[in-house]
Write a protein that binds this ligand. Structure first.
Ligand code: ADP
Ligand code: MG
Length: 697
C-alpha cells in the first residue's frame, strides 16, 4: 500500500469501516448518535466496541486509549491493553462497551484552574462519536471529552462541541427565515495552516534554551537573515522533503487531509495546510499533525519547533485558522452566491462575523494569548494585537453603499436594496492578501491569523463560534418578530454596518499610524497576555458564554486562572534557563577565552615587540566590561525571579513578569549577544543562529 488513495484513512474506524463491520441497526444507531449527540445504549455500545477491537487487532493494535485534550493544550492518553486473563494462564483480547463509552483517567495531574478544589477531584472521559477512532502506534485511540463528575469541562473539546451546538441552534433559526426549509443543521468548518521550523537534532541538543523553552533565549543575528526572500516557496531540501513525505503518509493513514507543504518566509521554516473539515475534527487533526510532526522529525534526526518565535529577528510561526459556516445541504454561508436571496443571506452572515469581532475583540485577543505568542503578535511579521477585519475595498464599498443609501458602482450607479438586488460582482482575488490583517475575509471564509503555531485551535474556534452565534441570535430574535421580512432585513444590515464599521480596516496593520487610529476608533489594544486575560471575567463575556451554554462562570474562572498561571510559569522557566545558561556556561566560557587572550598578550609582551596596543589586550578589556554587565544583569534577573515567587496574587505576578522580568531578560540578552559576537567560535558554548538555521540540507 502506498498510493495516497489506498493509504488514506486506512487507520481510521470510519463510516465505511463501520458500515462493513456493524449490523445494520447498530450502524444506524451510531449514525443517529453522531447526528443528535445522544449516547449509544449499552448493548449497541458493546457491539461497536467488539467490532472496533477486532478491526484494531487485525491492524496490529494491542492497546486502547481514551484520547483527550486537557487544558494543557496538548493531548493526553493512557494505554490499556486488550488482554484479559482466562483459566489456564492464558489471555483473551477484550474490549467492552463500557470501556468504549467511558474512562476514568486520574485527573489530578491535569490543570483544572481550581475546578478540583471546589468539586470532585476525579474526572472521566466520554466517547465523542463525531470524531472517528483511529490507530496510532499500535494503540486504538478513542477521541473523548474530559469532564469532572460535577459536569465541568476539564478539556478543550467539550466547550468546542458546545459552541458548535450554539451556532447550529441560532444559525438554523435564521436560515429558516430565508425559506431554506431543506436545511436542518449548520456547522462551522476549519482549515488550520500549520507553520513550523525544522532544525538539526544534534544542534538542538546543545541548546538548553530550545530544550527547556522551545525558543532561543540568546543568539546574535547571523550575517544572513531572511532579507533575500530566498526561502519562501523555495526548493525543498532533500532531508526536509523526506520528512514531509513521511509526514503526509502518516497523516493520510489517520484520515488527516494534509494537502499543501511548502517553505515559509524564514530559513528552516515550513508550512503544512490541510483541506478544511468540520471544526471539532479539524481540532483533533491539528493535534495529531503537531504530534506527528515532532515524532517524524526525530526519526529524520531533526527537531520540529512549534514555538511561535523560536528565533528573534526571524519570522515567527502562526496557525492561520480558516473558518466558515456551512449548511447540512452543503451551502457555504460565507459565499456570496448568485441570487438576491443568497446575497442577502451572505450579507447577514458577513455582518454577524463583523459584529462578533467588534463586540468580542477582547475575547478574540484572549483566545490567542500566551507567553509564547506574545513574542510574535505585534512583531512586524505577525498581525498586531489589535483586532480588525479586512474585507477588501469592493466589499467595503458595497457595505458603505448599503449603509448610506448612496448609489454604488463605477459605471451604472444603482441603489442596493438587500434581498432585491443581485450584488455587484467583486473579484475574489482582491479580497485576499492583506497579510497584516488579524481577521481577513478571503472570498468565502475568514482567515484568523493571530493564533499561535503551538496552540490548540479549540479556544479560538470556541470564541468565533460563540460570538457569531450571539450575533445570529440577536438577528433571529429581531427578524422572527418582523412583519415585513425584506424591509426588516435591509434595516438590520444597515444598522449593523453603521454600528460596527469601526472594526473594518483595509490598510497596513503593521503601521504605527494604525495603533493611533485604532485608539481613536475606540478599539481595544492589549499588547500582552497579562493585559488581556483579566477581561475574561468581564460581565459581558461571562454572559455570552453562559447564555450559549458554552462555559459556566466557574469554567471561565478556571480558564482565566490557567492562562495567567501558565504565562507566569512559562516566563519563570525562561528566566531560570537564562540564569543557568549565563552562569553555568556563558560566563565561564568567556572567562576562559579571555584567559587565552590575556596569555597571548603576555606572551607577546615578553617578546618585546615594538607595538603599543594589540588585539588581545583590547579584546580582553572589551570582554571584561561586557562580562561585568552580564554578571550584573544576571544578578538583577535572579533577584526579580525571587520577588515574583513571593507574590501570591496571580494577576499581580503576571504583571510583575511583564513589567520587571521580561525587560530584565531582554537586557541580559542584549549583553550576552554582544559577548557572542566578540567571543571566538570555538569557545562559545552553543551553536549559533547561523548553525541552527542553515544546517539542514
Ligand atoms: P491560501 O490561503 O494559500 O490562498 P486557500 O485559500 O485555498 O489557500 O485555503 C487556505 C485554507 O483554507 C485551506 O486549509 C483550505 O482548506 C481552507 N478553506 C477553504 N475553504 C474553506 C471553508 N469553506 N471553510 C474553512 N476552511 C476553508
Ligand atoms: Mg492562507
Amino acid at each position: 500500500m502506498n498510493t495516497a488513495t489506498e493509504v488514506f484513512g486506512s487507520m481510521v474506524f470510519s463510516d465505511s469501516v463501520m458500515r462493513a463491520r456493524l449490523p445494520k441497526d447498530v450502524f444506524q444507531q451510531v449514525q443517529r448518535s453522531i447526528k443528535d449527540g445522544k449516547r449509544l445504549d449499552s448493548s449497541a455500545a458493546s457491539v461497536v466496541a467488539n467490532a472496533m477491537k477486532d478491526w484494531a487487532i487485525e491492524k496490529g493494535a494491542t492497546h486502547f486509549s481514551h484520547w483527550f485534550q486537557p487544558m494543557t493544550g496538548i493531548t493526553a492518553e493512557k494505554h490499556d491493553s486488550f488482554i484479559s486473563p482466562v483459566e489456564g494462564g492464558r489471555v483473551i483480547m477484550e474490549f467492552s462497551g463500557k470501556e468504549l463509552i467511558q474512562g476514568e483517567p486520574d485527573a489530578s495531574s491535569f490543570p483544572s484552574g481550581g475546578l478540583r478544589a471546589s468539586f470532585e477531584a476525579r474526572g472521566y472521559t466520554a466517547w465523542d462519536p463525531t470524531s472517528y477512532a483511529f490507530i496510532k502506534d499500535n494503540v486504538l485511540c478513542i477521541p473523548t471529552a474530559f469532564c469532572s463528575y460535577g459536569g465541568e469541562a476539564l478539556d478543550k473539546k467539550t466547550p468546542l462541541l458546545r459552541s458548535m451546538q450554539a451556532i447550529n441552534r441560532e444559525g438554523t433559526r435564521l436560515i429558516k427565515l430565508f425559506g431554506n426549509t431543506d436545511v436542518s443543521s449548520i456547522k462551522t468548518t476549519v482549515g488550520a495552516e500549520q507553520e513550523y521550523f525544522l532544525i538539526d537534532k544534534n544542534l538542538y541538543e546543545k541548546r538548553k534554551d530550545l530544550m527547556y523553552t522551545g525558543r532561543t533565549l540568546f543568539g546574535a543575528c547571523p550575517p544572513k537573515g531572511q532579507e533575500l526572500d530566498d526561502h519562501y516557496f523555495g526548493t525543498i531540501k532533500p532531508r526536509v522533503q523526506a520528512f514531509m513525505k513521511e509526514l503526509d503518509q502518516e497523516l493520510w493513514k489517520l484520515g488527516v487531509l494534509a494537502k499543501t507543504e511548502h517553505n515559509e518566509a524564514a530559513p528552516a521554516q515550513h508550512e503544512l495546510a490541510p483541506f478544511f473539515t468540520t471544526t471539532n475534527i479539524a481540532a483533533d487533526h491539528n493535534q495529531l499533525t503537531m504530534e506527528l510532526m515532532q515524532k517524524i522529525a526525530r526519526k529524520h534526526d531533526m527537531v520540529c519547533l512549534l514555538h511561535e518565535k523560536p528565533f528573534a529577528g526571524f519570522n515567527g510561526s502562526g496557525k492561520h485558522n480558516n473558518w466558515s459556516i456551512t449548511t447540512n445541504t452543503g451551502v457555504n454561508l460565507l459565499e456570496p452566491g448568485e441570487t438576491p436571496s443568497e446575497n442577502a443571506q451572505f450579507l447577514l452572515f458577513l455582518c454577524a462575523v463583523i459584529q462578533a469581532a467588534d463586540d468580542y475583540q477582547d475575547m478574540l485577543r484572549i483566545c490567542v494569548a500566551s507567553a509564547s505568542n506574545d513574542c510574535r503578535l505585534g512583531g512586524n511579521e505577525a498581525p498586531p494585537a489589535i483586532i480588525s477585519i479586512f474585507i477588501g475595498d469592493e466589499l467595503e464599498a458595497i457595505l458603505k453603499a448599503i449603509e448610506t443609501e448612496e448609489p454604488y458602482g463605477s459605471k451604472e450607479k444603482e441603489l442596493i436594496k438587500v434581498g432585491v438586488h443581485v450584488l455587484p460582482k467583486f473579484p475574489k482575488d482582491s479580497t485576499d492578501r492583506n497579510r497584516t490583517s488579524p481577521l481577513a475575509f478571503t472570498g468565502n471564509k475568514f482567515e484568523f491569523r493571530m493564533l499561535g503555531s503551538s496552540a490548540s485551535i479549540s479556544g479560538a474556534n470556541v470564541v468565533l463560534n460563540t460570538a457569531v452565534a450571539e450575533s445570529l441570535r440577536q438577528y433571529a430574535d429581531y427578524l422572527e418578530a418582523a412583519d415585513n421580512f425584506e424591509e426588516a432585513l435591509h434595516d438590520l444590515i444597515k444598522s449593523v454596518i453603521k454600528k460596527h464599521k469601526r472594526i473594518l480596516f483595509n490598510g497596513n496593520g503593521y503601521d504605527d499610524a494604525w495603533v493611533k487610529e485604532a485608539a481613536e476608533r475606540g478599539l481595544s489594544n492589549y499588547p500582552t497576555t497579562a493585559d488581556c486575560v483579566p477581561h475574561y471575567l468581564d460581565k459581558k463575556n461571562i454572559e455570552l458564554f453562559e447564555r450559549h451554554k458554552v462555559y459556566t462562570e466557574t469554567e471561565i474562572r478556571a480558564r482565566y486562572e490557567i492562562k495567567l498561571d501558565n504565562y507566569c510559569k512559562m516566563l519563570r522557566i525562561e528566566a531560570l534557563t537564562m540564569l543557568n545558561m549565563s552562569g553555568k556556561d556563558i560566563l565561564p566560557a568567556v572567562s576562559k577565552y579571555s584567559k587565552v587572550l590575556a596569555d597571548a598578550a603576555l606572551a607577546k609582551r615578553s617578546l618585546n615587540l615594538d607595538i603599543d596596543t594589540d588585539f588581545e589586550t583590547g579584546q580582553v578589556a572589551k570582554l571584561s566590561t561586557l562580562i561585568s554587565k552580564v554578571a550584573a544583569e544576571t544578578g538583577i534577573l535572579d533577584h526579580a525571579v525571587k520577588v515574583a515567587d513571593d507574590l501570591s496574587n496571580t494577576q499581580e505576578k503576571a504583571e510583575y513578569y511583564r513589567d520587571k522580568i521580561l525587560p530584565a531578560m531582554a537586557k541580559l540578552r542584549s549583553f550576552v549577544d554582544e559577548l557572542e559576537i566578540n567571543t571566538g567560535a570555538d569557545y562559545w558554548p552553543y551553536p549559533s543562529y547561523g548553525d541552527l538555521l542553515f544546517s539542514v540540507n
